[in-house]
Design a protein around this ligand. Structure first.
Ligand code: PHE
Length: 355
């Protein structure tokens, strides 16, 4: 009986000490596995004398049951511990603030284009687009600028290299967004109300000029659109854009593609070297405009006897500098992340008319 107690203690001890599933399985095999100690002893019962078997049989049965129960309990405990450990290791504090990520910003030019699209959009203008590499027909001829016209030189045009044998028409980097007028008229006909924001190119470089800059073109054609409509649309635009009423001044001017033509100034003050729009009695030129020339309507496939309208072209970079107090134009295109971080806009600040 002493030997029996020792056997019991050894196996129950091994089960209790099993630290994981593998150790527990080892303890099970050693006790009640096919070649386990208890199993072997049970097999020996057959050779025992009946008297001996009477006490040893029930005792071994009880021990086997006890060991099975201990195995089951230990297995459950190990499972609980494993789950406990997993819960501890995989614990996640969902209330922690996120790790800061480097975020890009919206360039002021993109921001201002969006603002313009929102304001003109509210006045019924759709956005039109055209290519930056343009044929010289769209850039000049269709806009009533004859081949010998000084404007072709005045614009400091970038001409694309072309062999004499090249059958394609000559191309330029568009010098203004006005060719989009022609493309939009050809595509949509009259009546039409579009703006065309985009990049334009001129050979020019100093503190206020870069060889690539941005314009926004406006075009409105209908049965009796007039200069009065142009003035209202522009004043409405400037007031919405700058957030306060802005007076405008129209000065007679000349563009080959408009007749009459006007350059438009907005009211500003220069007090203390600080430029303020919508105040004072200074003036700042911001755009060219006029009534679309009949030749231009014709080039766009629109009958000038039935339709008329206005067009304007405005510098976007200048508008961004004015509204957001950015002093140097050249920095716009240097891709300095510090500049972008300072003057850029958050991606979710979507411009709206009321905004
Ligand atoms: N295209 C002209 C420029 O770049 C601006 C303009 C556009 C003038 C439309 C009149 C009408 O200077």
């Amino acid at each position: 009986m002493d030997g029996f107690e020792a056997l019991r203690g050894r196996h129950l001890g091994a089960i209790a000490a099993a630290a994981d599933e593998a150790a527990l399985e080892e303890a099970r095999l050693a006790a009640v596995g096919k070649k386990g100690e208890v199993a072997l002893m049970m097999r020996e019962l057959g050779q025992m004398a009946p008297e001996e078997r009477k006490t040893a049989g029930p005792a071994l049965n009880a021990l086997r049951d006890e060991i099975e129960a201990a195995l089951k309990a230990r297995r459950a405990a190990l499972g609980d511990a494993a789950l406990e450990e997993r819960l501890r290791a995989e614990w996640l504090d969902v209330s922690l603030p996120g790790r800061p990520r480097r975020r890009g910003t919206i360039h002021p030019v993109s921001q201002v284009m969006e603002e313009c699209a929102a304001i003109f959009g509210a006045m019924g203008f759709a956005v039109a687009e055209g290519p930056q590499v343009e044929t010289d027909w769209f850039n000049f001829d269709a806009l009533n600028i004859a081949p010998e016209h000084p404007a072709r030189q005045e614009h400091d045009t970038f001409f694309l290299h072309r062999d004499a044998a090249d059958p394609r028409p000559p191309h330029v980097l568009r010098t203004h967004t006005s060719p989009v007028q022609i493309r939009a008229m050809q595509a949509q006909g009259a009546p039409i109300r579009v703006i065309a924001p985009g990049r334009v190119y001129r050979m020019d470089m100093d503190q206020t000029h870069t060889p690539m800059f941005h314009q926004i073109e406006g075009l409105a054609i209908d049965r009796n659109v007039s200069m009065a409509n142009l003035k209202w649309v522009l004043e409405e635009f400037f007031s919405a854009y700058f957030g306060a009423p802005v007076r405008t001044r129209f000065r007679a001017s000349h563009f080959p593609f408009t007749e009459p033509s006007a350059e438009v100034d907005i009211q500003c003050s220069w007090q203390g070297g600080q430029l303020r729009v919508g105040e004072g009695d200074g003036w700042l030129e911001v755009l060219g405009s006029g009534m679309v020339h009949p030749n231009v309507l014709r080039a766009g496939g629109i009958d000038p006897d039935l339709w008329q309208g206005f067009a304007f072209g405005m510098g976007i970079d200048r508008m961004a500098m004015l509204k957001y107090g950015i002093p140097d134009l050249r920095a716009f295109f240097e891709s300095d992340v510090r500049w972008l971080g300072h003057y850029g806009f958050a991606a979710l600040e979507v411009p709206t008319l009321h905004g």
